[in-house]
Ligand binder design. Structure first.
Ligand SMILES: [Zn+2]
Length: 81
């Protein structure tokens, strides 16, 4: 059996980890946004997002590319009112 020992200076390490976490979260959000608003047909980022209320508490998200007219569906779900 082998043992691994890690010495952590808790004060600054925690602050550093929080800084990394904060920025990776923002980066992940931005990367998701890029994926969400990129047309799979022509690669354009001129994409229009529409949230349509279908019935009662359901909604459907649709996307349409302003350059080539490609349209696709996003998530569907329930409003949580
Ligand atoms: Zn397109």
């Amino acid at each position: 059996m082998s043992k691994i020992t890690v010495d952590i200076e808790t004060g600054t390490t925690e602050r550093k980890l929080r800084a990394i976490s904060k920025h990776t979260e923002a980066l992940a959000d931005e990367l998701n946004h890029i994926d969400e608003f990129t047309c799979s047909e022509c690669g354009s980022d001129h994409v229009c997002k529409t949230t349509a209320k279908s019935d009662h508490n359901n909604y459907t998200i649709t996307y349409e590319c302003n350059d080539c007219g490609n349209g696709w569906y996003g998530e569907e779900g329930l409003y949580n009112d």
